[in-house]
Design a protein around this ligand. Structure first.
Ligand SMILES: *Cc1c(COP(=O)(O)O)cnc(C)c1O
Length: 391
């Protein structure tokens, strides 16, 4: 850490100033970098000296973003990827080979589910899903060929929370790589590496961007593990655009203040929804009614910016509710300054079979709200009038 506090590091870690003495870090839109002479070119390619060669390998904007993220997550090294899904795929593909096995929490992002069930099996990489609610099943799911445990906590959209300290010990015991998708918590609310995660993955598209402008991802971990990831990424090319890295690095400067307000608003909305007779279920990690409330309190700073709920009238009432919203945006994205509302079963998780959705707690009427930074009274007013209109 350069400074003792998250906020300061998120703002003050930056690429070195150029001779122009710019205050805001410039955008390095260049595909390649020149060599001082033939010898330096040789030394750079031979990894004898550090430096930029080609933007697919590295770029000052990407390096700045990664340095910041490493400080904020407590990891040694990392790479920035073109999307969150590139981060998920590369963080698996870089370490696994034909015959290997992954143990994963059943409740994962829709596209991660597609990677595990439809894409990795093409190369003979198999998986076993385990329920977050059944910790005793995790150990027995680990086989001789298991190389990785992959989890999302809190999960999208079920908001299940898994005990990272316990999982960290389990991964150490069996010498498998623990890979945690920390997208919902962000480095501000939770640092999986502190609990023994070997790899921390992010979709930076969500709260890290915070204003719904860019797509991006990151893979963070020890120098040794990231060396393998960097080799894989350098030669397969899932690198982040420097423009997106520049935007995301600036976004990190405000992550702490934004997350404070996202979480404050989300808790207020969740508490309000619990008082309504027309709502059959509300889930939020920092509500006492959440099944892993105590655990969430112990490993997260706040409960996050996402609340899910179900209307008593199921899917039909859910549709009426969505169509009656006046301010909140109907969109699949989350982590935006604008409150966004999604019906998971018909959008982000529509490619799953009905039984698969049921197994991960995505009921037909489940509504996911990513609570934005508008005034909480306006958010509650819009959601409340839309629920009234759906009755
Ligand atoms: C959105 C999301 C992803 C995928 O990220 P993209 O940036 O959209 O590729 C992965 N994991 C979680 C938990 C997500 O919410």
């Amino acid at each position: 850490m350069l400074y003792d506090n998250f906020e300061t590091n998120a703002i003050r870690i930056q690429a070195e100033q150029t001779d122009f003495r710019e205050h805001s870090v410039p955008l390095y839109l260049t595909s390649s970098f020149t060599f001082e002479d033939a010898e330096q070119g040789r030394a750079l390619f031979a990894d004898e000296v550090a430096g930029n060669i080609y933007t697919r390998f590295s770029n000052p904007n990407n390096t700045e973003l990664i340095e910041k993220l490493c400080h904020l997550e407590g990891t040694e090294d990392g790479i920035a990827t073109a999307s969150g899904m590139a981060a998920m795929f590369v963080s698996m593909a870089a370490f696994l080979q034909s015959g290997d096995h992954i143990v994963a929490s059943r409740s994962v992002f829709g596209s991660t589910h597609q990677i595990l069930t439809m894409i990795l099996p093409k190369w003979g990489i198999t998986h076993t899903y385990v329920d977050i609610a059944e910790p005793e099943k995790w150990e027995s799911a680990i086989k001789a060929n298991t190389k990785m445990i992959f989890v999302e906590t809190p999960s999208n959209p079920a908001l299940d929370v898994i005990d990272l300290a316990w999982l960290g010990k389990l991964a150490k015991k069996y010498k498998v790589i623990l890979n945690v998708d920390n997208c919902f918590a962000t480095p501000y609310l939770q640092n999986p590496a502190k609990y023994g995660a070997d790899i921390v993955t992010h979709s930076a598209t969500k709260f890290i961007d915070g204003q719904g402008r860019t797509i991006g991802g990151a893979i963070l971990g020890s120098k040794e593990l990231i060396k393998q990831v960097r080799f894989f990424a350098r030669h397969t090319g899932p690198s982040m655009s420097p423009f997106n890295a520049w935007v995301l690095s600036k976004s990190l400067e405000t992550l702490a203040v934004r997350m404070e307000r996202h979480c404050e608003n989300a808790l207020k909305l969740a508490t309000y929804l619990e008082t309504l007779d027309s709502v059959s279920m509300v889930k939020y990690p920092f509500l006492a009614s959440h099944p892993q409330y105590e655990l969430a309190k112990s490993q997260m700073r706040h409960g996050g910016g996402v609340v899910t709920f179900e209307l008593k009238g199921g899917i039909e009432q859910g549709k009426k509710f969505l169509n009656a919203l006046k301010m909140c945006s109907l969109t699949a994205n989350l982590g935006d300054s604008r409150t966004t509302v999604t019906h998971s079963a018909s959008t982000t998780h529509s490619k799953l079979k009905e039984e698969e959705r049921q197994a991960v707690g995505i009921t037909a009427g489940l509504v996911r709200v990513s609570v934005g930074l508008e005034h909480i009274d306006d958010i509650i007013a819009d959601i409340s009038q839309a629920i009234q209109a759906s009755l």
